[in-house]
Design a protein around this ligand. Structure first.
Ligand code: ZN
Length: 134
């Protein structure tokens, strides 16, 4: 069974900490030991794991992604959101986290971020927990 939750983004480029929502999704499955897959079913959004203690880390990631992939260039895609597609591919559409005793095993400073590159939009996050329970 797949757990799905919604994310409402409010700006064009935005990282939203979804760690708590992913943990809730894991708890709904009742799985104690396993692997949690977080999958983003969009072409202009992504997911990453990074520091959630100091918000300036995410701010710097966004700043550098915007330099690597400029908003204006000789893009061919008619929809006009090529930078968002490229950033989504660079960051990636899935993450995997170990589940132990029903909890996501993350480092002290790690959080799971939904990465919006073409907002504001209503987005979905899929969570699948592969159980290793006996
Ligand atoms: Zn497009």
């Amino acid at each position: 069974m797949i757990q799905t939750f919604q994310v409402r983004t409010s700006t064009q480029t935005e990282f939203i900490d979804i760690t708590h929502s992913v943990q809730e999704a894991v708890e709904k499955t009742g799985v104690e030991e396993g692997i949690c897959v977080i999958f983003i079913p969009h072409t202009t959004a992504a997911v990453t794991i990074n520091e959630n203690a100091d918000p300036s880390v995410v701010q710097d990631i966004v700043m550098e992604l915007n330099k690597m992939v400029p908003f204006k260039d000789q893009y061919h895609h008619m929809e006009g959101n090529s930078p968002a597609h490229i950033k989504a591919s660079l960051v990636g559409c899935s993450e995997m986290v170990i589940v132990e005793s029903g909890k996501l095993v993350l480092g002290t400073w790690q959080g799971i971020f939904f990465c919006e590159f073409d907002g504001p939009r209503n987005r979905k996050v899929h969570v699948k927990v592969i159980s290793n329970d006996r």
